[in-house]
Design a protein around this ligand. Structure first.
Ligand SMILES: CC(C)(COP(=O)(O)OP(=O)(O)OC[C@H]1O[C@@H](n2cnc3c(N)ncnc32)[C@H](O)[C@@H]1OP(=O)(O)O)[C@@H](O)C(=O)NCCC(=O)NCCS
Length: 366
């Protein structure tokens, strides 16, 4: 009995590990449950991302109960791309009042990274794997994909030697008639300059998915925290969305027939994916069938500054309005990404949620 920290290696262990969020968030009025099968596939090395990762899921039990978990990751693509021996701690979740067990868990995860030559650890940002920690809106339904962690996570992480490495914001725009006319005007201006703006459905969905991969790799090449991705891993992730509203809400911009910008957007997925207690009424600006979200936007460098991003997002937001949505999210912008912040502001969006990514330097002994 007492505290036991160990690497998880069995199918039952993965299952227990993947289900911990139900004990952290399960009593909330509304929350996004994890995709258990997907998570187990990743933990057991059967995900399309697995070829690029070495990972160790680690759990902390107290008196026989799972109380905290984290997965230590050596992400070879990140390390090669940035030439930085930085390890990542993903899947971090912990119950309240488990300071000692959580400290032991994080120490073991750091040790695992150190043994593999990592000189820093990051938690709260890794392409396709991890998202930042919320610093406001505690208890409310977060935007799709984002964390709605409890406030005490910050105490656990700072006591374990982490510091804030990056701040991020989530924006929301209200799709008023005035904003919709503004969006139409921007699209007219940009298409008048010879840029074609098409939905992924108009462009051909599977071709648009490949264009998204190429444009994203080019546009995000120097974007903090990102690492290159491949068509082979993106195709299976996106293929099932072909006949969904994603195909109408996501956008490609073409110059001389070539893709120069892409947007990936989703409809309001609250009633498809979230758990909402019966009778609970959500703030329409946060979800409940009224808030679509732009998840990713990129424009190739030589084509920037021509309002292509604003026009693509405008097209996506207008389609959301046609589908009955009243708000549009513009999800997760680094605080120092001024081009993206300005794009959000041009779309009439305001900051509605704040997040941080943590880092711990392993070369400096505390
Ligand atoms: C962010 C990004 C998509 C903007 O694309 P873009 O087509 O150049 O943007 P637009 O021309 O539509 O400009 C939108 C607003 O940003 C402003 N802006 C554009 N580039 C800027 C820059 N380098 N610095 C400051 N403001 C800038 C524009 O002036 C415009 O504001 P305005 O309407 O008040 O005049 C593009 O810079 C990009 O792909 N960056 C890398 C990937 C990325 O960061 N994506 C967003 C992740 S959240």
């Amino acid at each position: 009995m007492g505290i036991r920290v160990q690497c998880v290696t069995t199918r039952d262990g993965y299952d227990e590990f993947a289900r911990l969020p139900f004990r952290v968030y399960g009593e909330r009025e509304a929350w996004w449950p994890p995709d258990i099968q997907n998570e187990i596939a990743l933990l057991s090395g059967r995900s399309p991302l697995s070829n690029h990762l070495e990972l160790a899921p680690i759990s902390a039990h107290k008196d026989g109960q799972l109380v905290a978990r984290v997965t230590a990751v050596v992400n070879r693509r990140y390390i090669e791309h940035w030439n930085e021996p930085l390890g990542q701690l993903i899947h971090f979740e912990a119950l309240a009042g488990q300071h000692e067990a959580t400290a032991a868990l994080l120490e073991q995860a750091i040790e695992w990274l150190r043994e593999r030559g990592m000189r820093a650890a990051r938690t709260g940002f890794a392409a396709f794997l991890d998202y930042p920690y919320a610093i406001d809106n505690y208890g409310a339904l977060p935007s799709f994909l984002l964390r709605g962690n409890p406030d005490y996570y910050h105490r656990y992480l700072k006591d374990a030697g982490f510091f804030t490495e990056k701040g991020q914001s989530d924006y929301t725009a209200e799709l008023t008639p005035e904003m919709r006319s503004h969006y139409e005007k921007i699209i007219d201006d940009v298409t008048g300059q010879g840029i074609k703006i098409e939905s992924w459905r108009e462009h051909g969905f599977l071709g648009a998915v490949d264009s998204w991969t190429e444009v994203t790799n080019a546009a995000f090449a120097r974007h903090w925290g990102w690492n290159p991705i491949t068509r082979a891993e993106v195709r299976p992730m996106m293929a099932s969305l072909r006949d969904s509203p994603v195909a109408d809400l996501s956008v490609v911009a073409l110059a001389d027939g070539k893709p120069v910008g892409t947007v990936f957007s989703v409809p309001d997925l609250t009633y498809v994916l979230a758990r909402v207690r019966p009778g609970v009424k959500l703030d329409p600006a946060r979800g409940g069938g009224t808030r679509g979200a732009l998840i990713n936007i990129g424009v190739m460098e030589p084509m920037r500054g021509r309002r292509i991003a604003t026009a693509m997002a405008s097209r996506s937001f207008l389609t959301m309005a046609q589908q009955g949505m009243r708000y549009a999210g513009y999800t997760l912008v680094h605080d120092d990404n001024w081009p993206s912040r300005r794009t959000a502001e041009s779309l009439g969006a305001h900051v509605t949620g704040n997040f941080v990514t943590y880092r711990r330097d392993l070369t400096f002994e505390r």
